[in-house]
Design a protein around this ligand. Structure first.
Ligand code: ATP
Ligand code: MG
Length: 424
């Protein structure tokens, strides 16, 4: 891959220079904060760099997210603890990966990582980690535009390290890997290439695209653990352009290879409906899960799994719902379904079914009877299953407008108790 190392005046470590940022936009992600972090790292004996996404986005003039990614050459644990102490915040350190996170208010985070090399023992497994200087850390990164580092150490503040011509590729608007084995080392990079290309409106550079397609043809993504695949899918689901990204993921047959699976016809139209009705990232993710061959090995939270299964298994309910005439029937059919599933179905189903689901969510599920257990006891009904039956019958009558006032509800309850504890 061509390098413009020599033609780029801001490349390289550079000796102590004034804090100028030649060619960089003036609005740094809070220069004050970066200088502070650089100072703290210095006090802990290390140089420090802003790396990855924030540098890329800053150079593109894009708004920065709430995550700051800092790489230090020494003592990441000490630096992290000192930063956390400064802000009165929490620091969690993972010794095995030499990386930690300072959690600030409003879910803002500062990630503090040891500059490191990653050694892949086999394709697609998690790498071993070894400390190295920052230049060598940039070598392990996914794409040239993400392999940029901004020195924030006090005496060299503002130097841009760009050994892989990331700035040039930002200007050319291309996503390019650093070396031909990149997708073999880590097949999740196919998801990432698509995500960044669509998000930024970039092209995947032709050689990179060939390498990516070859790795998919060779079924390398199939070796990824479900954890890693689902992690990437979750990131995609949180993107405004999720539909375009999923179209590309499916066109490249990436998910098909991961799961040995065919794309169900209703997936993309459903995703489109969700994306265009500003559904939450969680809803979009659960909807996507409902189409995947979920096994027990899938690392999914209980509630998400239940919601995804309810969406997946909706066909039977759908048929009965289409024939339902009374509100109480709609209520009985939809009550067992988790609410997140219903919120999804209210957007993805055809008009008449979606209307019934909305009716349930917005009105039926909120109806309460004024007859209560204690009032039933007042009628001489002994506690037991009969309680529930009577209450259910009264609720049904209220849903169907057969009773409207509290007095009518009570009269009905009395009748039901007399008729034999709600059975008649
Ligand atoms: P985003 O704006 O989505 O957060 P990002 O570039 O910050 O984009 P992260 O997933 O936050 O992406 O990762 C931070 C950095 O870590 C990346 O910029 C990249 O340099 C590196 N990185 C992340 N995942 C990989 C990977 N699978 N392979 C190589 N480098 C990676
Ligand atoms: Mg990031």
């Amino acid at each position: 891959m061509a390098s413009s190392r020599d033609s780029n005046p801001t490349v390289g470590r550079g000796k102590a220079r004034p804090a100028s940022l030649p060619g960089l936009p003036s609005q740094l992600p809070s220069e004050h904060l970066l200088r502070l972090l650089g100072r703290i790292a210095r006090e802990c004996g290390s140089r420090a760099f802003l790396v990855g996404g924030p540098v890329r986005d800053m150079l593109l003039g894009l708004p920065l997210g709430t995550d700051i990614d800092i790489a230090v050459e020494k003592n990441p644990g000490r630096v992290g603890r000192a930063v956390a102490r400064h802000f009165g915040a929490r620091f969690v350190f993972h010794r095995r990966f030499l990386s930690g996170t300072v959690s600030l208010i409003d879910s803002a985070r500062i990630d503090i990582n040891q500059t490191r090399t990653e050694i892949y023992s086999r394709p697609a497994v998690l790498p071993e980690v070894k400390p190295v200087p920052v230049e060598d850390d940039l070598v392990r990164r996914d794409f040239t535009v993400n392999a940029l580092a901004l020195d924030i150490s006090p005496r060299t503040f503002g130097n841009l390290l760009d050994p892989h011509s990331g700035r040039l590729d930002l200007a050319r608007r291309i996503i390019r890997v650093l070396h031909p084995n990149s997708f073999t080392d880590d097949p999740t990079r196919s998801f990432r290439a698509i995500r960044f290309a669509v998000r930024l409106g970039f092209e995947i550079e032709p050689d990179t695209l060939s390498l990516m397609r070859r790795s998919i043809r060779n079924r390398l993504p199939a070796r990824l653990s479900p954890e890693r695949i689902l992690y990437e899918l979750r990131l995609i689901c949180a993107e405004p352009l999720v539909l375009r990204m999923m179209e590309a993921v499916l066109k490249e047959r990436l998910l098909q290879v991961c799961f040995g699976w065919q794309v169900p016809q209703t997936l993309l139209p459903g995703l489109q409906k969700l994306a265009s009705s500003s559904a939450t990232p969680d809803s979009i993710y659960v909807y996507l899960l409902s189409f995947l061959p979920m096994t027990a090995r899938f690392p999914i939270a209980k509630l998400e799994r239940a919601a995804a299964e309810a969406v997946r298994d909706f066909a039977g309910v759908r048929n009965r719902l289409a024939r339902a005439r009374r509100p109480s029937t709609v209520y009985r059919l939809l009550k067992p379904l988790p609410e997140p599933a219903l919120r999804i179905l209210s957007r993805t189903e055809s008009a008449s079914v979606a209307r019934a689901v909305r009716l349930y969510l917005e009105r039926l599920s909120r109806v309460r009877t004024s007859v209560t257990g204690s009032r039933l006891r007042g009628l001489g009904l002994r506690p037991g299953p009969a309680y529930r039956r009577v209450l259910e019958r009264v609720l049904e009558a209220k849903l169907d407008n057969r009773v409207t006032t509290a007095a009518e509800e009570m009269a009905l309850a009395r009748r039901l108790v007399k008729q034999g504890q709600g059975r008649g």
